[in-house]
Design a protein around this ligand. Structure first.
Ligand code: ADP
Length: 246
């Protein structure tokens, strides 16, 4: 679906954020971009969205060409909800901005809210929702356009650990159910190991891909405590010990 060839990004102020990124992302993958803060993960995600261009190298999006608005769903660490609008209105927003009528949009809005487990909270405003539920609204807003690809930039980093585990499990279930592709930025080794079936381990800036891992952990509740998960965490930790400056 996505091919990157020698992608580099240098900003106007001279900062080289990314260099020599070479990889392919197959449809239906769950990819983690894992690396220390400042290594260019968010920059890479913006390039993959097509909203920003690389300074050199090439990104191609398969047969479809550059993605149109709505073909990619973007979720950030901050849910960025309209505070005065309830969950329905927040999820309706991207469709409303694209000129979809309320009547045509409502079944899709309700389906997106149901996909993230928010039945019964459709009319709640952000202030009445917990941090985890606000993130669920934000994910529903990304899903409402029915994108094939979800780009997620540290979406669970600000949540408490219990909520984070629940959202990780629900995201995995959603990914399995829908067959969407997910590219997920995180600086948590544990989160990358738990979620992804393809982990791109990045070096400090300028970000390059140091290693690609393609784990296959058991599905279901036994995953978090499994020997395979713990071995994967150790393997990733050892990779970072090799690439991080002492
Ligand atoms: P990460 O997501 O891994 O924390 P970022 O992609 O946000 O890293 O940033 C990578 C590097 O590029 C950082 O040093 C950051 O300060 C720099 N950077 C990001 N955006 C810009 C910009 N618009 N102009 C200049 N430098 C930038």
């Amino acid at each position: 679906m996505l091919t990157l060839r020698q992608v580099a990004k240098r900003f106007g102020n001279g900062t080289k954020a990314l260099d020599g990124i070479d990889t392919e992302i197959a449809p239906g993958s769950f990819v983690a971009l894992l690396g220390p803060s400042g290594c260019g993960k968010s920059t890479l995600l913006r390039l993959l969205s097509g909203l920003e261009a690389p300074s050199s190298g090439e990104i191609s999006w398969g047969h479809a060409g550059k993605p149109a608005p709505g073909e990619i769903g973007y979720v950030f660490q901050d849910p960025t909800l309209l505070p005065w609008a309830n969950a329905v209105e927040n999820v309706f927003l991207p469709l409303r901005l694209r000129g979809v009528s309320r009547a045509a949009a409502m079944p899709r809005v309700m389906a997106a809210l149901a996909q993230v487990g928010l039945e019964g909270f459709e009319h709640a405003k952000p202030k009445a929702l917990s941090g985890g539920m606000r993130m669920r609204v934000s994910i529903a807003r990304a899903l409402v356009s029915e994108p094939a690809l979800l780009l997620m930039d540290e979406p669970f980093a600000a949540l408490d650990e219990f909520t984070r585990h629940k959202l990780q499990d629900d995201l995995l279930a959603l990914w399995r159910r829908t067959g969407k592709s997910v590219i997920f930025v995180t600086h948590s080794i544990y989160e990358a190991a738990y979620l992804a079936n393809r982990i791109l381990i990045m070096t400090p800036r300028p970000g390059r891909i140091a290693t690609i891992l393609t784990p296959a952990l058991p599905d279901g509740p036994e995953r978090r405590g499994s020997a395979a998960y713990n071995a994967l965490v150790s393997e990733i930790t050892a990779s970072f010990q090799r690439i991080m400056p002492a």
